[in-house]
Every structure is written in structure tokens, then in C-alpha cells.
Design a binder for this molecule. Structure first.
Ligand code: GLY
Length: 399
């Protein structure tokens, strides 16, 4: 079997990795591999810290994928000779003041209800663990099991394993015969055919002609990379997240001394870096860790997260020759091992019986429809999902 994977972010590359493990031939197509949302991402593998109210189908997926990371990282490292920078130094979710602490206490109730083990600690105890924390931090939730990776190292490692089959071009359309996708086309008329096509193009997944409209929205994030002066290194030992005046902020500390400060969440449609968002990140970051303002800014990257209406991924069949795997929103890095394995298995006809109960239904593209799912092709040759997505879910956010 030969599979085309359109999009070489962490989801596409993980999908390609798993396809190769299943014995499929793979061609990955992306004009700029690894340069999309993955290039901005901080790399937290923090299922408990990502819990928000009302997303219960997401928690088992996050937990399952976090558990897959150590073996995924070890297997890729052994094949690529390059690692992911995986660390397991945990997360402290800090409260900027007493009102933020009250919000953290409520969030901890949701984390506990979701089955995650967390510990509420005082500001003094938090400062014993991370001496760079501000004296004003009013308390913290400690999550000792959280991990992190460096997403840029992940894409480098995965690309080195699959690069021989990477095509640096922009796919513009699906090629369909009898309502079934048989390949992809380019703007100059060139075509590539395959047994299966998987669209892993993030927020651009439905901009390819022939794809059904998906209820994706672009949630822009501005992310800073910093380096502390030698006298302050290491500034932090693990990930510090927090709430400052109700606004979320995080700082991920890497073993090599890099600090990643993020991230804004904007749906204003502005592709460029937002000065106000950067200002707020630095302001909120320094409220938790004052030493942030002594660091050098080495990089600012702005990219769009691919959001879905219920914040769950969109993974499943478009037609008998094409699948989609997108909508990972804030969780693309954490969910990459799970999403990659799931997409690869669906494409090759393997039953993903390891998925947590309800997992496949919770990510199905057809879940946005009020109508029963139908696999019948429509008159124009497109099939299945395009005809069942409910019209009210098809808008793109312009706010
Ligand atoms: N997962 C972190 C973010 O999306 O900013």
C-alpha cells in the first residue's frame, strides 16, 4: 500500500512514522516541512494541566497519548540518532494572586474528577521547588508526572527518518474518480496518485479543493523563546504555568537552558506577531518569574492552532480513498503519538482497538452533523462527510 500524507507538522510526520511501521510506502507533501504550528509549539506534555471544564472526551485521549510518548520518543531516537529532548520534570501551575488561587482550586476539582493526581501547595513550598518564582505567587498546583519535549527537535528527528519521501510542494486539490480520492494535484497540473491520502494540514486542511468544509478555526498563538544570562541559569527546572489576573501563561524550561514563554490565543485573523500579545506575555510571565525580564529574546514565532468547535481532533474518513487528521487545537504535540497511530491504522485498515472507549466516535468528522452519517457519494462525486456536516457548523471564525 502507498499513502500520501499532506502536511509535515508533528501530526503528519507521526502519521508517516506509524505508516512505515505498518509496512506502508509513504510520500509526505509539504512546501515547508515542520514550519507550521509545530514550529511555534512549546512542547508541554501536560494532560492534567490542560484540563478545562466540559471536555471529558478529551482527557482519556490526552492521558493515553502522554503514556505513548516515552516509547515513541525512544523508537524514533533509535532510528534517527536524534532525540526529542524529552524531560519529566513536572509542572507547577501558579496563582498570580489570591483570586487566581481561587480559580486554580476550582480547576483542580476538574483535574481530580478527570482522574489526575495533583497537589495543592503553598507559595512558599512552590518557591522551594522553583526559587525563581516571585514572592507574590499565592500558591500552586503541583503536577509531578508531566513531561515536555522540544517540538523542533521532534520534527528534525522524524524528518530525518522519512525525508527520502518528502516532496516540498503545495497540494492544491484532491483527484477523485467515481467519488473516491485517488491522489492529489498541484497548481501546475501535476498529479500524484496513491492508494490512500491523509490530510494532516492543520488549520489549512479544508483549503484543498475537493475537501469538504470542516468546522476549523484558526487560533493564533504568539510564542517567545528566551535565554537566561549564565548567572541565572538554570532559571527554572520544569514547566511553570499559571494564571495572572485570570490570564493563562506558561514558561517551559529546556535542559539546554532555553525558555519558551507562551502563548497568546487570538482569533483576530492577524497572521503577524501581535505587539500587545507579546507585551502581555512578558508582563504576566514576569509576574510569576521576575527573572524573565533579564533574559535575551532569541525568537518570536506566531502560528495558527487548528481549533474545532468542541476542541477535540477531527480524525476519520472523507471517502474510501481519503482521511483527515486535524483539529488538534492546543493539543497537537501531546496527541501526536495517538493521532499518528490512529490515522495510520485507519488508512491501512487496522482496527484501533487500543483507543480509549468512545475515542473513535469522539473524533469522527461526522460528529458535527445533525444527520445520520452517510457514506453515499453525492452528485458532484464528493462523498460522505461533506454532505453530512451541519451547515451551522461550517462557518469560520472572523472574530
Ligand atoms: N498547548 C499550548 C498552547 O496551545 O499554547
Amino acid at each position: 500500500m502507498h499513502v500520501i500524507v499532506v502536511g509535515a507538522g508533528i501530526i503528519g510526520l507521526s502519521t508517516a512514522w506509524h505508516l512505515r511501521r505498518l509496512g506502508a510506502g509513504v510520500t509526505i507533501i509539504d512546501p515547508a516541512p515542520g514550519q507550521g504550528a509545530t514550529h511555534a509549539a512549546a512542547g508541554m506534555l501536560a494532560p492534567a494541566a490542560e484540563v478545562v471544564w466540559g471536555q471529558s472526551p478529551l482527557y482519556p485521549l490526552m492521558r493515553a497519548s502522554a503514556q505513548m510518548y516515552p516509547s515513541f520518543a525512544a523508537e524514533v531516537a533509535s532510528a534517527a540518532g536524534a532525540d526529542f529532548g524529552l524531560t519529566d520534570s513536572g509542572t507547577l501551575v501558579c496563582a498570580g494572586d489570591r483570586a487566581d488561587l481561587q480559580a486554580l482550586r476550582q480547576l483542580r476539582t476538574a483535574q481530580t474528577a478527570a482522574g489526575f493526581t495533583t497537589e495543592l501547595i503553598t507559595g512558599s513550598r512552590a518557591r522551594e521547588l522553583e526559587p525563581a518564582l516571585s514572592p507574590s505567587v499565592a500558591g500552586a498546583v503541583r503536577i509531578p508526572d508531566d513531561q515536555s519535549i522540544d517540538p523542533r527537535r521532534v520534527t528534525t528527528a522524524l524528518l530525518s527518518v522519512v525525508s527520502a519521501t518528502t516532496v516540498r510542494r503545495q497540494v492544491t486539490r484532491l483527484i477523485r474518480r467515481g467519488g473516491i480520492t485517488v491522489g492529489v494535484g498541484f497548481s501546475d497540473g501535476d498529479e500524484l496518485t496513491a492508494d490512500q491520502v491523509i490530510i494532516t494540514a492543520g488549520a489549512e486542511a479544508d483549503s484543498i479543493t475537493g475537501m469538504p468544509a470542516l468546522p476549523l478555526r484558526k487560533v493564533w498563538g504568539d510564542v517567545l523563546r528566551l535565554r537566561a544570562p549564565a548567572a541565572l541559569t538554570p532559571l527554572l527546572h520544569g514547566t511553570v504555568r499559571g494564571l495572572v489576573n485570570g490570564r493563562p501563561v506558561y514558561i517551559v524550561a529546556r535542559d539546554d537552558g532555553e525558555l519558551v514563554l507562551g502563548a497568546s490565543s487570538r482569533e483576530d485573523g492577524r497572521e503577524g506577531t501581535d505587539a500587545g500579545a507579546v507585551h502581555r506575555l512578558l508582563q504576566d510571565g514576569q509576574r510569576l518569574v521576575p527573572g524573565i525580564l533579564d533574559c535575551e529574546i532569541t525568537d518570536i514565532t506566531t502560528r495558527a492552532r487548528p481549533g474545532s468547535p468542541d476542541d477535540l481532533p477531527i480524525v476519520g474518513r472523507i471517502d474510501d480513498g481519503c482521511l483527515v487528521s486535524t483539529g488538534y487545537f492546543r493539543h497537537g504535540i501531546l496527541l501526536a503519538p495517538l493521532g499518528g497511530r490512529l490515522g495510520a491504522e485507519l488508512a491501512t485498515g487496522v482496527s484501533p482497538d487500543w483507543l480509549p472507549a468512545g475515542g473513535l466516535d469522539s473524533v469522527s468528522p461526522g460528529r458535527f452533523s445533525a444527520e445520520p452519517h452517510s457514506a453515499e457519494p453525492s452528485a458532484d462525486g464528493s462523498s460522505a462527510v461533506s454532505s453530512v456536516l451541519h451547515p451551522t457548523t461550517l462557518h469560520r471564525s472572523t472574530s
